[in-house]
Design a protein around this ligand. Structure first.
Ligand SMILES: [Zn+2]
Ligand SMILES: [Zn+2]
Length: 274
């Protein structure tokens, strides 16, 4: 059974965490590598008591964040991989953290930025090409996560697992102190790794980029393949994301539901408890 609670009130900026000990996942952007009409690329907000975590910060994500939340309330950002649709809005967010009227008044924040192993230099190079490399470290407390070691933040533990994609990519697991577990697969081709990593999760969010398996070197999955992973990993609920609005999405979700019944489509603003 999918627990879909109401989206945060877009009329008011919410700045505190959730009231109970469970975690909440809110979809900021669920587009594939190009934006769906009126939507943002990959970005999700996880709230547990003590920590507000952004997972990915794709193009368009910062505006979506600002619709509902105070950007100074973000404690940490974890990036799955350095494809643009998963991290490009780190630059406008850096500008806001450093140069917005609030920042110039002294309302500053330097969120922890959890980057894939080896990605820090790549991120500095991207910032340097567009503006200045040092913006990355001025705006963020950037550290590279180690997939062999969990990362602890107040109220949650993060785990990372390498998954096969076109560039080094990590699935992210979030475990709450109340025992809930969310797994986000990031982008990947079918593999045993994501099945093992997601095993028993309360909430699994997987990309569903394709209608049919692609030829050549694979880097993505279909909605039915996502549902098959959910069945093999014995997860409670599956949320499909990274799906183009030019596809028959309702039909593709229905095909996935025939394999794993508790499957839904990520919609911007939707919140899932775990
Ligand atoms: Zn992507
Ligand atoms: Zn990608």
């Amino acid at each position: 059974m999918v627990t879909l609670t109401s989206a945060p009130d877009a009329g008011g900026i919410e700045s505190a965490g959730v009231a109970d000990a469970r975690g909440n996942l809110t979809v900021l952007g669920a587009s594939p590598s190009w934006q769906n009409a009126g939507e943002a690329c990959s970005s999700y907000l996880v709230d547990v008591p003590g920590t507000r975590l952004m997972i990915d910060c794709g193009n368009g994500a910062f505006a979506e964040l600002r619709k509902r939340y105070d950007y100074l309330s973000v404690d940490a950002i974890a990036i799955t991989h350095t494809h643009g649709d998963h991290m490009l809005d780190l630059l406008p967010m850096a500008y806001a953290l450093l140069y917005s009227p609030r920042a110039l008044r002294g309302e500053s924040r330097r969120p922890k930025l959890l980057l894939p192993p080896g990605a820090t230099e790549r991120m500095r190079a991207i910032f340097d090409l567009i503006d200045r490399a040092e913006l990355l470290d001025l705006a963020y407390d950037a550290v590279e996560y180690d997939p062999a070691e969990p990362t602890h933040l107040p109220g949650l533990t993060l785990e990372f697992a390498p998954v096969p994609h076109f560039v080094p990519t990590h699935a992210i697991g979030v475990r709450t102190e109340a025992g809930g577990r969310l797994v986000f697969g990031a982008d990947h081709r079918p593999s045993q790794r994501i099945i093992d990593f997601a095993h028993g999760a309360d909430l699994l969010m997987l990309e569903a980029t394709l209608v049919e398996p692609e030829g050549g070197t694979r880097g993505h999955i279909t909605s039915v393949e996502a549902a098959e992973i959910a069945v093999q990993a014995q997860v409670d609920r599956l949320v499909l994301t990274h799906m183009s609005d030019e596809l028959p999405r309702e039909q593709l979700v229905a095909q996935a539901q025939a394999v794993h019944a508790a499957t839904s489509l990520a919609r911007p603003g939707a919140t899932y408890a775990f």
